[in-house]
Design a protein around this ligand. Structure first.
Ligand code: AHR
Length: 502
């Protein structure tokens, strides 16, 4: 494959919001318990946090953490998770057919978020609960003191208010699986009145309305439109959720999942802009892509799901997907899609962080390790700085069942005007052919290549596991050469690459 690309700092899409590199921690399976929190683990301190996991989370570079769900939040009573731990109730978690011991709650998670160095993004329960409980948790979390709820937080040891800025108004309320699932009109009215009331406490909050749980939802489009007709003036973001997996072994379509993500984002933006036009509004809505990943959902649905009415385990092994090189290439391409939409996608949360469809895995009492998806996430979070640039990329295409004709390569660049550096993120979707890419960097001035790292493997199904935690990693791409004004780089089949220019 031969390809040509032009990088030009004038082709600006928009500034990259650091919130694009967020993640998500749900009370689900072993994400919290036996994940970030495992008292008794050799690396855990007196607060029960695993230091080895914390270190990997910092290395991953996540900027925000969405919490506490997910489907879990739609049945959650936030007050169960605060106050003396020994007095906290144990509850059935209907979303994941588990028992929630409430050993970790809002105050503990806020403290852990600080240790990570990230921003907490909180979801309120609009499934089994409503406006009053949203106000209560906001007052508990953010008011400095002097009211019963805020003083309760101070009394519980969290003296400083948590200062949570971003709030999700429920979760996936379009999904029949969601506790309290409602129509778009019902949810839209509730979300709008909850948002208005929350703004009476603090008008500067940033609020996220639930958009569709995926472009495949039968209500996709009309759900988003109706919800926004109710909430447009009250919220700042509409959420998108999307998970990708190979369907019937069709790897060609799977490798082009980012084309599906691009189209999903474009459709949601078009819908939001339609409502903007119909309302003659001056406000432009942003997208919070607050759940995205590769997820072998069919494995959960057909194998792991707990249905026995007598079985309500604490922290069962759920959604523990092992990610291959192939998955990580698709994943890296999804990040390219998010970055390419930086003008409108201003927040995103990789679902999830530890053990549950996660870049970091742990073994109780044992080690923690990086999955293949860890690498494109950490390098994108570290190197995508400044503004996103649209690339001019000419390459051959191939045909897919799901997305039609798609380019064999995909990419995006970022440019940091403060030091004139650029990063180029590239994916080769071909299953068998390497791609030689000629990069025209003339518009950037006299740049020199810095780091060039590639994720690929002769075995695209290779993965990191407990038995072999470092089987897959990034390698330096030594193919890079200068040819006059151009750079040449070779991308192996099924690969993700980042190249920096200084
Ligand atoms: O991330 C796993 C689940 O996927 C979340 O709980 C839910 O919001 C989505 O369906």
């Amino acid at each position: 494959i031969r390809a040509h690309l032009t990088v030009d700092p004038h082709f600006v899409v928009g500034p990259i919001n650091r919130r694009l590199f967020g993640s998500f921690v749900e009370h689900l399976g072993r994400c919290v318990y036996d994940g970030i929190y495992e008292p008794g683990h050799p690396s855990a301190g007196p607060d029960g946090w695993r230091a080895d996991v914390l270190e990997l989370v910092r290395e991953l570079g996540v900027t925000t953490l969405r919490y506490p769900g997910g489907n879990f939040v739609s049945g959650y009573r936030w007050e169960d998770g605060v106050g003396p731990v020994e007095q906290r109730p144990r509850r059935l978690d209907l979303a994941w057919h588990s028992t929630e011991p409430n050993l970790v709650g809002l105050d503990e998670f806020a403290a852990w978020t600080k240790l990570v160095g990230a921003e907490l993004m909180y979801a309120v329960n609009l499934g089994t609960r409503g406006l009053q409980e949203a106000l209560d948790v906001l007052e508990y979390a953010n008011i400095a003191g002097g009211t019963t709820l805020s003083d309760q937080r101070v009394g519980n040891g969290a003296v400083a208010p948590h200062g949570i800025k971003m709030w999700c108004l429920g979760n996936e309320m379009d999904g029949p699986w969601q506790l309290g699932h409602s129509t778009a009109g019902e949810y839209g009215r509730l979300a709008a009145s909850t948002a208005r009331a929350m703004r009476q406490i603090d008008s500067s909050l940033e609020l996220v309305a639930c958009g569709s749980s995926g472009a495949q939802m039968p209500s996709f489009g009309t759900w988003d439109r109706t919800v926004l007709e109710h909430t447009y003036d009250e919220v700042d973001y509409i959420s998108c959720h999307a998970y990708y997996e190979p369907i019937d072994g069709d790897l060609g379509s799977f490798l082009a999942s980012a084309v599906g993500m691009d189209r999903f984002i474009d459709s949601v933006i078009a819908t939001a802009d339609f409502v903007k036009a119909a309302k003659r509004s001056n406000k432009t809505l942003a997208v919070s892509f607050d759940e995205w990943n590769v997820w072998y959902k069919s494995r959960y649905e057909n194998v792991d799901r707990i249905t026995d009415p007598n079985s309500w385990p604490v922290a069962p092994r759920l959604l523990e997907d092992t990610y291959s090189v192939l998955d990580a290439v698709v994943f890296g391409n999804l990040m390219i899609s998010l970055i390419r939409h930086a003008d409108r996608v201003q927040a995103a949360s990789l679902a999830q962080l530890v053990n549950v469809i996660a870049p970091i895995m742990t073994e109780p009492g044992g080690p923690a390790w990086r999955q293949t998806t860890f690498f494109p996430f950490s390098l994108s979070a570290q190197l995508a700085k400044g503004v996103a640039l649209e690339l001019r990329l000419d390459c051959p295409s191939y045909d897919t069942v799901e997305h039609g004709e798609v380019p064999l390569l995909d990419g995006v660049a970022t440019y940091d005007a403060t030091d004139g550096s650029a990063s180029i993120f590239l994916v080769n979707r071909s299953m068998d052919a390497p791609a030689q890419v000629e990069i025209d960097t003339r518009a950037l001035g006299p740049v020199v290549p810095g780091m060039a790292r590639t994720l690929s493997d002769a075995d695209i199904h290779a993965a990191n596991t407990l038995a072999e935690p470092e089987r897959v990693g990034l390698a330096d791409n030594s193919s890079i050469e200068r040819d006059g004004d151009r750079l040449l780089i070779t991308l192996p089949p099924v690969s993700w690459t980042v190249l920096t220019l200084n």
